[in-house]
Write a protein that binds this ligand. Structure first.
Ligand SMILES: [Zn+2]
Length: 283
């Protein structure tokens, strides 16, 4: 089984996690830029963080046979801090880097006017740099936040097929389904979404434009929950090809729109270890 986790914050995870992920078949990941828990007090802190997302972290992942790409943005929470606003001027430089496959995470935290402005500015950057966009939806007031998100996406003029709206649940899945955007779900141990609930959503809404991630970070989270969801899909009667579609081909198709997704290493390795049959219907 090959798994691509399209949203995981490896900066906050240990090498033990990389080892366990590789053993579970998670050999490709995308790490979106987000906040650091402790608020950043200057733009320099972003520069160092972005450099590590395109330099150090891909190197660390490669030692465990995991291919690492990143998305770069000013996150919604820190969009509210005037000390961080200058980051917007830094972004174009990072959005041209090889390992950067989208603008993200952008979107809403508390739905303030500052967040409106920064969200719209970053969707414009995605269009300008011909990159897809990864959009975070707020954890409070989720339905209203998702509706407002979709309105801003529509207004921006970006092709909805190049936008993924993340952290969805049973309340918001239908809204996004009709928008033409991609749908992503963060599987957590206690909150947000669980593997059994995810399987029910896939049964009801189908597999097209669906992404499943662990969003693992410093909070209570589990970097193996993509694999657990894949196993739950099989147990519920989905085929291995269905699992491959949701947990590999879908994220490859979405981030592949950047023209920068390079999976040659991991795909060559899989072909060597498992025979070419594993790549059937592949990217
Ligand atoms: Zn995240």
């Amino acid at each position: 089984m090959r798994i691509f986790d399209p949203h995981i914050h490896m900066t906050s995870r240990t090498t033990d996690d990389y080892e366990r992920m590789a053993a579970a078949g998670i050999t490709a990941i995308v790490e979106p830029a987000f906040w650091l828990g402790q608020p950043r007090s200057s733009v320099g802190s972003f520069t160092d963080y972005f450099d590590s997302l395109v330099g150090w972290e891909p190197f660390r992942a490669s030692q465990f046979g995991v291919r690492h790409h990143a998305t770069i943005a000013l996150n919604p929470k820190e969009a509210n801090d005037p000390r961080c606003r200058e980051v917007l001027a830094l972004l174009p430089r990072y959005l041209e880097k090889d390992g950067v496959v989208a603008v993200g995470e952008v979107g809403y935290d508390s739905m303030t006017p500052e967040e409106d402005e920064v969200f719209a500015a970053q969707l414009a950057l995605a269009i300008e740099h011909e990159l897809p966009a990864l959009v975070h939806t707020p954890h409070r007031d989720k339905a209203r936040g998702t509706e407002r998100t979709l309105a801003v996406v529509a207004e921006s003029g970006i092709d909805p097929g190049r936008v993924v709206v993340d952290h969805l649940n049973e309340v918001t899945v239908g809204l996004v389904r009709d928008s033409g955007c991609w749908l992503a779900f963060s599987i957590y141990p206690d909150t947000k979404m669980s593997p059994p609930r995810m399987v029910k959503i896939l049964q009801e809404y189908g597999l097209e434009r669906m992404l499943v991630n662990s969003a693992a970070d410093w909070g209570r989270s589990d970097p193996l929950l993509t694999r657990t969801t894949a196993d739950a899909m099989l147990a519920a009667g989905f085929s291995e090809d269905d699992v491959d579609l949701v947990l590999w081909r879908n994220p490859v198709e979405f981030y592949g729109q950047s023209g920068r997704l390079d999976l040659s290493d991991v795909e060559a390795k899989e072909a060597t270890f498992a025979g070419n049959s594993i790549l059937r219907g592949g990217s």
